[in-house]
Design a protein around this ligand. Structure first.
Ligand SMILES: [Cu+2]
Length: 151
């Protein structure tokens, strides 16, 4: 039976299947390449029960503005969208209801936008990884692996 399957007559068919599978694997989800891309997603180290923050760059290469609605993770008691800003010489953090994502790049970086991890359930040491889910108005929910590193 197996010998028959790989016979000369079936070989071209098998080749076709493999080729199709490769093509589908390469572009099976065309939406992925022209939606939102998250680059360089990382978090600060922190001790259990303390806070940390996640930073990344969002590349919105679609033709429409999107909105980041929320972030969630099992790593902390609460996960919030924050913006750091200077107010009368003092750095303050403001919780954001959502974050507009115009076409192009939006940076979540120290001193600006960040995903705040409040009340870590575990220590976050350099090299650790954890999952973070971001919910976008148009792109839906996506889960990313965050790597812990020193700023
Ligand atoms: Cu914050």
């Amino acid at each position: 039976m197996i010998k028959n399957f790989f016979s000369k007559q079936k070989a071209p068919l098998l080749f076709l299947f493999v080729t199709l599978a490769l093509i589908l694997a390469a572009c099976g989800t065309p939406a992925e390449s022209d939606t939102l891309q998250i680059n360089d997603i990382w978090a600060r180290p922190g001790f259990a029960a303390s806070n940390s923050a996640v930073y990344f760059e969002i590349d919105n290469s679609t033709s429409e503005a999107d909105t980041l609605l929320s972030a969630s993770s099992d790593i902390a008691q609460a996960v919030e969208l924050h913006m750091s800003m200077m107010d009368a010489g003092v750095m303050k953090m403001m919780q954001q209801h959502d974050v507009p994502l115009p076409v192009g790049q939006t940076e979540f970086k120290p001193g600006g936008l960040h995903v705040m991890l409040i009340g870590l359930n575990d220590d976050l040491n350099t090299g650790d990884t954890f999952d973070l889910t971001l919910e976008f108005q148009l792109a839906g929910e996506k889960t990313y692996t965050v790597t812990v590193k020193e700023p």
